[in-house]
Ligand binder design. Sequence first.
Ligand code: SF4
Ligand code: SF4
Length: 213
Amino acid sequence: MDKIEIYTDTENDRLAAGVRINDKNATVADLLESWQLLCDGSGLFKKYAEGNYAPCKGCLHNCCNTAYVIPDLISFKKMAQYVNCSYKEFISGYFHPSKTGLGLLRLKPDPCIFLKDNICTIYPIRSLICRFYICADLLGDTEQLIYSIVMTGIAAVHLFAEKEGLVDSVSAVGMSSFDMIFKKLIAEYRASSNVELFMRAREYSEIPLLPFL
Ligand code: SF4
Ligand code: SF4
């Protein structure tokens, strides 16, 4: 039996995708591997995909054009290494300065700084928020699981940036509603003991799923 199964079920009169964890030792890496099937597959209704049934690859709507991407700590470190920058240089070159001033580490958007010719140039090391986003209905429990992992990883990157002195003064002036939502969630999730899992890990395979269930 696979460690993690992807399945569909009806919830609120809609067909939605979910995950079933079959192995208590499964990790975030196992979940990502299974989740990739949803990105690559064409059997699920995707709101913006061509004809609503197509792989994400080659999608012309491309959520990367408008996405609000805050990396989790694992991907943040991998991206900085990939672009051969110190963490401080990475933040000043690749992150949205006005959001950094608000204490939010958002990649430069519209389109995402890593999108070139409609292709993600860092696809294998893209962040959790990118890996898990899919314009399809998800079952409630699965959505909550994904949300919790993504937000914990995002809280961890902000905690790391503070500890390492990577972000300067923080102002609260000029926040959008999206900024406020993220600030609130980061404040909430940084108190979770699961943040330590991200702080200690170098790879998603070192982060167990069990504490998030
Ligand atoms: S998740 Fe993004 S890339 Fe995939 S079909 Fe939807 S809009 Fe396109
Ligand atoms: S990092 Fe890659 S997958 Fe994520 S928004 Fe940017 S281009 Fe898209």
